[in-house]
Design a protein around this ligand. Structure first.
Ligand code: SAM
Length: 248
């Protein structure tokens, strides 16, 4: 039985799975993490190319089915991927997955706290567009800023909705994510930078002056006060965060 609340839209076009895996350039040296193997369409292909696959699936009925058909180099874990400590897993080198929409954002930030060389992920297209958006566009968001601080994201192809069953309401995209060795720019306090980014995007159409005034009081000696956060690059939000940090 399909469980929509778990984002169960299974890939039925194996050529999409093959291309996704090819983009990741998997070799026999790779240990690959997959979230949500579902019925195993990506997992089986990964197992042929990789040394080992670690697959985390929340649905125990799917896990029971997968146990009967997956090869020995797949380590299957029945759990909510958001609760698994990735540092307790065998060290993985790459991530490949067709992700459930419901956990796209938190799992993305969780990935970025671990170490890997590349992730090739299928997301709903509107989420993928937010990942790669430029300042000044409607898709530019807190997600764009938080992710682009740590990684480079590139949209590789659109996957039409009829490649999945049950068919979702929207198309998907394959996205490549390559983490930077170090964050793209430095900030004095990461937590403060992320919190400020969140507060500013909660009022994305307001001039920065008014959002800052409502939270921190009237501080005139800051840059970008007459602009809106949606116009600033991630680096500029970092500069604002560093200067504001002096005053609080
Ligand atoms: N990889 C398969 C495919 O491409 O056909 C299934 C992809 S489907 C979009 C998402 C899968 O993630 C489902 O099998 C679902 O049960 C699983 N899932 C949903 N939430 C999860 C979570 N929090 N942790 C682990 N797996 C999850």
């Amino acid at each position: 039985m399909v469980k929509p609340r778990l984002g169960q839209h299974f890939l039925i076009d194996s050529s999409v799975a093959q291309r996704e895996i090819a983009y990741a350039g998997i070799t026999k040296n790779d240990v690959v993490l997959e979230i949500g193997p579902g019925k195993g369409i990506i997992t089986c292909l990964l197992a042929e190319k990789a040394k080992q696959v670690i697959a985390i699936e929340i649905d125990r009925h799917l896990v029971e089915y997968l146990q009967t058909m997956l090869p020995k180099n797949v380590t299957l874990i029945c759990a909510d991927a958001l609760s698994v400590d990735f540092h307790s897993l065998p060290r993985f080198t790459k991530i490949v997955a067709n992700l459930p929409f419901e956990i796209s954002s938190p799992i993305m930030f969780k990935f970025l706290q671990s170490t890997f060389s590349v992730a090739v992920l299928i997301f709903q297209k509107d989420f993928a567009e937010r990942l790669v958006a430029s300042p000044g566009t409607k898709d530019y968001s807190r997600l764009t800023v938080g992710v682009s601080y740590k990684a480079q994201c590139r949209m590789l192809e659109t996957v039409p909705r009829n490649c999945f069953s049950p068919q979702p309401k929207v198309d998907s995209s394959i996205v490549e994510i390559i983490p930077y060795q170090k964050p793209r720019f430095t900030v004095k306090d990461e937590q403060f930078f992320f919190e400020l980014t969140k507060q500013l995007f909660n009022h994305r159409r307001k001039k920065i002056r008014y959002t800052i005034k409502s939270i921190y009081g009237n501080i005139e000696q800051l840059p970008f006060l007459d602009q809106r956060v949606e116009e600033l690059t991630p680096e500029q939000i970092g500069q604002l965060s560093d200067q504001l940090y002096h005053f609080i």
